[in-house]
Design a protein around this ligand. Structure first.
Ligand SMILES: [Zn+2]
Length: 266
């Protein structure tokens, strides 16, 4: 690993525990460096995001059949197995062995999170599951984080790539629901589009403003708009090979993402 200064190490070790940024003096420049992005590259990705948001409608939520927590967890694993068969062993490890709390403790812990417990230990996954479409997406998102940690062995993935893996997990779930033709599909699709509005409007606008100010203090949410655009682009190519490479890439993930994005544009 390159010899990063302390603020960057704080970013590298950030564990998705909450959206609060712990004491760090990291800035937008540190964030670009750690994700191996340039401001120009970032702006190009964000332009794609602006186009996307112009084209989608703000969907209505519809009636939704709630499924039990363990059924939802197993369904999430099945969705990953369908899209990432080459990582079947790691998917089963996360599904069957990773420590987790899926009980609804949303009053105390409103955010889902995945905690990297360190070398050779499975990560801890927490999702305050209430059976809503957003909860199914959150479960797939956190499963994606856990799988990326397990598949990358002991190599730490920078945050944009990490969030990209988690968003891919959400798309794997959507694809799976469409495949099995369940009534959940409409609700989960609507939740995905609703989230797009958050990631590609307020989050993206904040990132755009911060890119103009080199000293803007780090905000974890900057990772979401870039990761959302990259995940959507990767998914449109439907390459299992690239998905698997990305989940296993650890610290090398930014290069894989940049190469994949460039190759799709050619
Ligand atoms: Zn995440």
């Amino acid at each position: 690993m390159p010899n990063f200064p302390t603020p960057l190490l704080n970013l590298l070790n950030w564990k998705n525990v909450s959206l609060k940024i712990e004491a760090t003096s990291a800035t937008i420049l540190d964030w670009l460096t750690i994700n191996e992005l340039t401001a120009l590259q970032c702006q190009q990705y964000l332009e794609v995001g602006s186009d996307t948001i112009r084209r989608i409608e703000h969907p209505e939520q519809s009636a939704f059949d709630v499924i039990e927590t363990e059924v939802a967890w197993q369904q999430t694993a099945d969705a990953f197995l369908l899209s990432l068969p080459s990582l079947a062993e790691e998917i089963r490890q996360v599904c069957d062995c990773a420590p987790k709390c899926l009980a609804d403790k949303s009053e105390k812990i409103p955010q889902a999170f995945t905690y990297d417990l360190g070398e050779d230990t499975l990560p801890f996954v927490s999702v305050p599951y209430q059976g809503r479409p957003f909860d199914l997406l959150a479960m797939a998102h956190e499963f994606g984080h856990a799988l990326q940690i397990v598949s990358s062995k002991n190599s730490k993935m920078p945050p944009v790539a990490r969030e990209c893996c988690a968003f891919l997990g959400e798309v794997f779930l959507l694809d799976y629901l469409k495949r099995i033709e369940t009534s959940q599909t409409i609700g989960v699709s609507a939740a995905w589009e609703h989230d797009n509005h958050t990631y590609l409007k307020p989050d993206m606008e904040d990132l755009c403003r911060s890119l103009m100010t080199v000293t803007a203090p780090y905000n974890y949410r900057w990772n979401y708009p870039v990761a959302r655009v990259l995940a959507t682009k990767l998914v449109s190519e439907k390459s299992e090979d690239i998905f698997a490479k990305l989940f296993k890439a650890g610290a090398a993930a930014p290069k894989i993402l940049a190469d994949a994005y460039d190759s799709f544009r050619e």
